[in-house]
Design a protein around this ligand. Structure first.
Ligand code: NAI
Length: 466
């Protein structure tokens, strides 16, 4: 049989497997899902396309989905985030995966396309579920179906959009009607991150979301943990592996003080950097100030700071005029989902010196240089290995519960964007307590009645913000 995967080197599988064994000991939520649902196989019949960073932690997620009965095909959602040994271990285990660290944009979209190509069942159905991170898999199907319906996709506004349009045209020519059929087969999507969730709400608002979606990001046990405590560990890890620079004493600017910004500022402060924050939202600006950070504008500090990190999920946050003003050897990186936070395209005509994979030195017309991490793509996954397993276990347990919900009860949902109920959020947290020796106190019935909750939870009303 022809091999049904694209990985860097299948020989890395044994190394990947050893790291998987360690990760499993740090991912109690996923292991509890295997214990609870492994026998019942609630995902039997589900054919899940995964588009999410192909890391060791994701490998534990994939093997959990498979143990729960799903057929899975996987691509990474970022060209730099794959851990090749993790991809090899998954491919060697028999799950098709298409991901190489450092793949080109063309390969990236070709691999996403390949991850949809399940052999059709007797009813002609291929993929029927999406597990997305950033929304690319959802976008691919929906945009392709619109193109099949005769809609003009317009002139691409970026290099990536050009590649997406080309890939859609390729698939349309090879399999006419494929996008429309695939869109009809998809029962639901679970979305991992803030940026992908924005896209889903936007699609729904425009009446373009044809299936239910679960917003995993806004489970409390996802965004208030992965986005925050995850970045707290992985941001400085990425900067250090990339540059080996001394963090203590440096002036670092964090743009955005949402969940990722809070974790990023804490990461840099924990390493001894003097951290400044920029914000547009007065609430987050006030939080940053009261957490002890100077809140200012990028323009105010751009010529004096040493490290610049964008965390906004917004575009054009660090612009060419900023980079031209930075001091020599300033470090510039992004930890938000897409690379358009930094105007990398406008650096193309400058002199680039590649230092090592995912680290470039770029010379400005004045002769001063900046160090750009991961070509402006999320640096904690490009320059390091992303968040540690323990926090990803919480995120991915939410993913598993969302997939089970959509697969087993999808027809009870109208198209729209939903959040998992609070009792499941609390369950995810509960599954992670033992591993770190947390002892919970228990409410007496009188106490529970006094604060108006059940002694077994949920312990907070929906509007509570944590
Ligand atoms: P968020 O919405 O909580 O925070 C973003 C913050 O940026 C907001 O407070 C907003 O007011 C601020 N902001 C927007 N434009 C700004 C500007 N021009 N200048 C200064 N501040 C600005 O979003 P969250 O959850 O923090 O996510 C941020 C990004 O990080 C998203 O793209 C998300 O998908 C991504 N992400 C990346 C992770 C990683 O491991 N690298 C993990 C989780 C999320």
């Amino acid at each position: 049989m022809a091999k049904d995967y694209v990985v860097k080197d299948i020989e890395l599988a044994a190394f990947g497997r050893k790291e998987l064994d360690i990760a499993e000991t740090e991912m109690p939520g996923l292991m509890a899902c295997r214990a609870e649902f492994g026998e019942a196989k609630p995902l039997k019949g589900a054919r899940i396309v995964g588009s999410l960073h192909m890391t060791i932690q994701t490998a534990v997620l994939i093997e959990t989905l498979v143990e729960l009965g799903a057929d899975v095909r996987w691509a990474s959602c970022n060209i730099f985030s794959t851990q090749d040994h993790a991809a090899a271990a998954i491919a060697a285990g028999g799950t098709p995966v298409f991901a190489i660290k450092g793949q080109s944009l063309e390969e990236h979209w070709d691999y996403l396309d390949k991850s949809f190509l399940f052999p059709e069942d007797e009813n002609g159905v291929g993929a029927n579920m999406i597990l997305d991170d950033g929304g690319d898999a959802t976008l691919y199907v929906l945009l392709g179906a619109r193109a099949e319906a005769g809609e003009d996709l317009g002139v691409p506004t970026s290099e990536e959009e050009e590649v997406i349009h080309a890939q859609i045209k390729k698939r349309m020519a090879a399999s006419p009607g494929w996008f429309t059929k695939t869109r009809e087969n998809i029962k639901g999507v679970s979305e991992e991150t803030t940026t992908g969730v924005h896209r889903l709400y936007d699609l729904h608002k425009k009446g373009q979301l044809p299936f239910p979606a679960i917003n995993v990001n806004d489970s409390v046990t996802k965004s208030k943990f992965d986005n925050k405590y995850g970045c707290k560990e992985s941001l400085v890890d990425g900067i250090r592996r990339a540059t080996d620079t001394m963090m203590a004493g440096k002036v670092a600017v964090v743009m955005g003080y949402g969940d990722v910004g809070k974790g990023s500022a804490a990461s840099l402060a924990g390493a001894g950097a003097r951290v400044k924050v920029t914000e547009v939202d007065p609430i987050c600006a006030l939080q940053a100030a009261m957490d002890g950070f100077e809140v200012t504008t990028l323009e105010d500090v751009v010529s004096t700071a040493d490290v610049f990190i964008t965390t906004t999920g917004n575009k054009d946050v660090i612009r060419i005029e900023h980079m031209r003003e930075m001091k020599d050897m300033a470090i510039v990186g992004n930890i938000g989902h897409f690379d358009n936070e930094i105007q990398v395209a406008s650096l193309k005509n400058h002199k680039w010196t590649n230092i090592k994979d995912q680290v470039d030195m770029i010379e400005m017309p004045s002769g001063s240089r900046i160090i750009l991490l991961s070509e402006g793509r999320l640096l904690n996954l490009g320059n390091a290995t992303g968040h540690p397993s323990f926090v990803m276990s919480a995120s991915f347990t939410n993913q598993v519960l969302a997939q089970i919900e959509l697969w087993t009860k999808g027809e009870e949902y109208q198209p729209g964007v939903y959040i998992l109920p609070k009792h499941l959020d609390e369950k995810v947290a509960r599954l992670h307590l033992d591993r770190i020796g947390v002892k919970l106190s228990k409410l007496s019935d009188e106490q529970a009645a006094y604060i108006g909750v059940s002694a077994e939870g949920p312990f907070k009303p929906e509007h509570y913000r944590y």
